[in-house]
Design a protein around this ligand. Structure first.
Ligand code: UTP
Length: 462
């Protein structure tokens, strides 16, 4: 669109204020603003804003939910068969890994892609390196190269690619690490007006991890998977270094069930824990966010006196590529609304970082694809083995809690191998310990490798 068409469109939609600094802009800034404005889909924006204005929640909260069937930690009878199937799929080169890393990481407040955040309790290894070492160790174990697809956004794409290049792709090979961008959508203020992030650009945000379906299908990733014969994608988030990126048991259960999208869950630590609830709604697997779960259901108890909805989603999934292909490009996931602090340019041209929520972001969530699957399995995992997210700068789910959970996990491996590990009064390992995935991917492997005369002490790195 040319300049006058864009300006007219914005006037017609009551958004002409975004050209308030037009006369101050140099020609290249004017181009930037026109380019930024040309991306706005007013039909989409109007629908979203009208829904918020009219109090319409696009997320239908089912009222008649039951707990979803879960393969629990104790249901081990089919584990062997599932593991064999998973290993077969891996060795046949049918498995790729898929990291969603396009988010803004605003709660952590780190300047740069979140994957560049250093979490190693002793070595300060970054999240990206932890993930890369796991993928490399798994490639070695199964004798196959495992392609790694990374969804980024315009906020962090170039920095992410540079980080991997500067680190020589952590030995995975450039051809096996593929970054691609998700889409961005505009944010609005509390009066539904578009926001200037700078004088020559609108405030936009990535379209949520649910945007991965469109991005996989439209940014070359799915085509690459087809060429390589990838049938299953192990989906994970950037912020959890304890995620088992390659888990033959999980893959195998998914394969065995002919599932389209499967999920890992853990037992909620307490009723209000901020994890999604995996439930059944009229036979369809569905995740209800903690913020959308009715209070009475959140606290409901079953006949056994335990929490009825005890299964919390930890955002680890297997996606069948045929499912992504089938629904991906046009998956109509509902838009979630988040009130956030969005930095902006005020009427006087100053950059303002607000101290309270001043705007709305619209995002889609990957788990909203679960109800459109024809088949899905849910597998319980042990919290201490697989969950240590870095979300906040401090307190709960912070770098400090993540490092403690990492040391705790490695402490358990050492104890299982017969070593004594110091713990504090709360049961936490009281020294920093780190075991690289390249040394051992899991407790069993560690048990077979634990050096005999190993001295367990603070700062121990294997
Ligand atoms: P979070 O929900 O934790 O969001 O993302 P975030 O953007 O990283 O952090 P906050 O909320 O601003 O503090 C969970 C995972 O989904 C990815 C993130 O990169 C992270 O791995 N994600 C999130 C995307 O890839 N795209 C998005 O649009 C949103």
């Amino acid at each position: 669109m040319n300049e006058s068409d864009v300006k007219k469109l914005f006037e017609d939609n009551g958004q002409e204020h975004v050209f308030g600094f037009w006369n101050e802009l140099d020609p290249s800034q004017k181009n930037n603003l026109i380019e930024s404005c040309s991306q706005v889909d007013f039909k989409w924006l109007k629908e979203r804003c009208d829904n918020v204005k009219n109090g319409i929640n696009e997320i239908e909260i089912p009222t008649d939910i039951t707990p979803a069937p879960v393969i629990c930690l104790t249901d081990t009878k089919d584990h062997k068969e599932a593991t064999v199937l998973g290993i077969e799929a891996l060795k046949a080169g049918k498995v790729g890994v898929f990291l969603v890393a396009g988010g803004q990481g605003s709660r952590l407040g780190f300047n740069g892609p979140k994957g560049c955040y250093e979490v190693g309790p002793c070595t300060n290894k970054t999240l990206f390196q932890w993930h890369a070492e796991q993928i490399r160790a798994s490639s070695i174990r199964y004798g196959v190269s495992i392609p790694w697809y990374i969804m980024t956004s315009t906020l962090n794409h170039d920095d992410t690619e540079k980080f991997f290049k500067d680190n020589d792709y952590f030995g995975l090979g450039a051809e096996n690490v593929k970054c691609f961008k998700q889409r961005m959508v505009p944010s609005v203020d509390l009066n539904y007006k578009l926001i200037l992030a700078q004088k020559d650009g609108l405030a936009v945000n990535p379209d949520g991890h649910g945007g991965c379906f469109w991005a996989l299908c439209n940014r070359g990733a799915l085509d690459d998977m087809k060429t390589r014969g990838i049938e299953y994608l192990s989906y994970f988030q950037v912020d959890n270094p304890l995620v088992k990126i390659i888990d033959p048991l999980f893959i195998g259960y998914h394969v065995k069930a002919g599932a389209q999208m499967s999920s890992k869950i853990l037992k909620k630590a307490y009723p209000e824990e901020k994890v999604g609830h995996i439930c059944l709604d009229e036979g369809k697997t569905t995740v209800i966010e903690y913020s959308d779960m009715p209070e009475d259901q959140m606290h409901a108890k079953g006949d056994d006196g335990e929490l009825k909805f005890w299964a919390g989603s930890i955002a680890i999934h297997i996606l069948s590529t045929s499912f992504v292909d089938e629904v991906g490009g046009q998956a109509k996931l509902p838009w979630h609304v988040a009130h956030k602090k969005i930095p902006f340019i005020d009427d006087f041209g100053s950059h303002v970082v607000p101290s309270s929520n001043n705007g709305i972001k619209f995002e889609t969530f990957v788990f909203d694809a679960l109800p459109i699957t024809s088949s899905s399995i849910t597998l319980e995992v042990a919290r201490e083995e697989e969950f240590a997210p870095v979300k906040n700068a401090d307190g709960l789910d912070s770098p400090a809690s993540c490092r403690q959970l990492m040391s705790n996990r490695f402490g358990e491996w050492l104890e299982a191998a017969g070593k004594s590990v110091p713990r504090d009064g709360e049961g936490n390992v009281s020294i920093n310990i780190e075991i690289s995935p390249l040394f051992a991917l899991d407790q069993d492997e560690f048990a077979g490798k634990c050096p005999e005369g190993l001295e367990v002490k603070d700062g121990m790195v294997l």
